[in-house]
Design a protein around this ligand. Structure first.
Ligand code: FAD
Length: 414
């Protein structure tokens, strides 16, 4: 290790871990301080008798540029979701997907009543356009809402209501499609060029893989930071640490005095896992419920994703529902019967994720290293600076680390 400077990173989510890896790769050793007892932050998985329960359905898009730099999909042993979905609408089931990536979607997509032929042609042409459009151009484009973007592109109300709304509501965790059109283009492009995946060990294993490169003394779990002032970090137990450089890969407003308190608005989701006798779809594929009144946004069978998994259905609810767990389970059970004709038994797990995605009015791709510096010693990272995605979280961790490295090596920011 090159330097005698002490560097601390607050938060062992993927952003903090990416910062630590970037510093390691450049020959600098940082210590990660994490308030909880495990790495991963918002990537959390429970393992119960070999069964996998992620806290909220989320996927790793293999086309994220950050994946190539920081992860091995092969070692994560990922399952790739089929490039499309089953859409349930008023008792009808249609299959819609990207035939350029999986030919078997061609006929069902052309024949499905979800949107007109013109709509389907437009989906194809948008896909071609966005494959060509650089990420830089996507994030430099003027922002509007996703809803307006789709209308302006000429999509019919039918395909917006039956496909785009349910599909993107599950990704953006809001069903008004008020999320920035930049985010829509980015996610659409990522889906057009690669698959949505889940690691064999559940989503948390993404963070676990990243932490494997760190030595034991680089990771301090159960270390909640109370305050960072200049070079002094105060932990919850009032002990202090001296730090030449501190990267805050968490909400900094709660930790740095004089910053506005954490005023981030968050989007929430609830994820309910049900026992079922249903054999599944026979392929890892997402089911969408188009009915806007329905609480169910999307669902998938765990036994389609993980071979050997018990028969379990994972159901995602977007936003507020105001129900207790029993009420929620019985409402979902009714909807599953009515909307998708799937019978489920008892809920095995219910996860309420109140801080799932930051609700950002304007999004950027990732922070340039030069803009991650808050004060002389403090640097910021995390998805909250850019957009709610694993890609942004990882790239922002890398950017903050690069800023620290260039400060140490050149005395100035890049
Ligand atoms: C339900 C859900 C669905 C999602 N779907 C997707 C998806 O499909 N695709 C996608 O790309 N992204 C998705 N995301 C977003 C993605 O998970 C996040 O963008 C990413 O995990 C954020 O990483 P982070 O390191 O920036 O923050 P976090 O994961 O929040 O990490 C911050 C860490 O800091 C720690 N911490 C906070 N305060 C302190 C303190 N004072 N002292 C010490 N430690 C502290 C926390 O415990 C935490 O471990 C989803 C998220 C959720 C929850």
């Amino acid at each position: 290790m090159k330097n005698e400077k002490t560097i601390h990173i607050i938060g062992a989510g993927v952003s903090g871990l990416a910062a630590a890896i970037t510093l390691n790769r450049a020959g600098y050793k940082a210590t990660v301080l994490e308030s909880s007892d495990q790495v991963g932050g918002r990537l959390k998985t429970d393992h119960v008798d070999g069964q996998i329960f992620d806290h909220g359905f989320q996927v790793l898009l293999e086309s994220y540029p950050a994946v190539d730099e920081f992860l091995s999909l092969q070692q994560l042993d990922v399952t790739r979701f089929s490039p499309g979905s089953y859409i349930f609408n008023e008792g009808k089931k249609s299959k819609l997907g990207d035939a350029s990536r999986d030919r078997s979607f061609l006929m069902p997509t052309v024949l499905s009543g979800v949107g007109s032929l013109k709509d389907k042609w437009k989906v194809f042409s948008l896909s071609r356009k966005l494959k060509q459009k650089s990420l830089q151009d996507i994030f430099a484009a003027p922002e509007t809402t996703t809803q307006k973007y789709l209308e302006d592109y000429g999509f019919s109300t039918k395909i917006i209501e039956q496909f785009f709304r349910p599909f993107y509501a599950g990704i953006f965790l809001e069903s008004e499609l008020s999320t920035s059109s930049r985010m829509f283009e980015f996610i659409f492009k990522m889906f057009a060029v690669g698959a949505a995946t889940l690691p064999k060990g559940g989503i948390q294993s993404v963070a676990q893989q990243m932490s494997e490169g760190l030595s034991d003394d680089q990771l301090r779990l159960n270390a909640q930071v109370q305050e960072v002032v200049g070079e002094t970090i105060t932990l919850q137990d009032d002990s202090t640490l001296q730090s030449d450089f501190t990267i805050i890969a968490a909400a900094a407003g709660n930790i740095v005095p004089n910053l506005p308190k954490d005023d981030i608005k968050w989007k929430k989701t609830t994820n309910v896992y049900f026992k079922t006798d249903h054999d599944g779809f026979g392929e890892p594929i997402i089911g969408l419920v188009a009915n806007k009144q329905s609480l169910i946004n999307n669902f998938h069978f765990m036994h389609d994703v993980y071979s050997g998994h018990e028969k379990v259905l994972s159901v995602t609810v977007v936003g507020d529902h105001g129900l207790d767990d029993d009420q929620l389970a019985s409402r979902l059970r009714e909807e599953l019967k009515k909307e998708v004709d799937i019978k489920v038994g008892e809920p095995l797990k219910v996860y309420h994720v109140n801080k799932a995605l930051p609700d950002l009015e304007s999004v950027n791709y990732s922070m340039p290293a030069t803009e991650t510096q808050l004060t002389e010693n403090i640097y910021l990272a995390g998805d909250i600076l850019s957009n709610g995605s694993l890609n942004a979280a990882i790239l922002n961790g890398k950017a903050a680390a690069q800023a620290v490295i260039s400060k140490i090596e050149d005395g100035v920011l890049m």
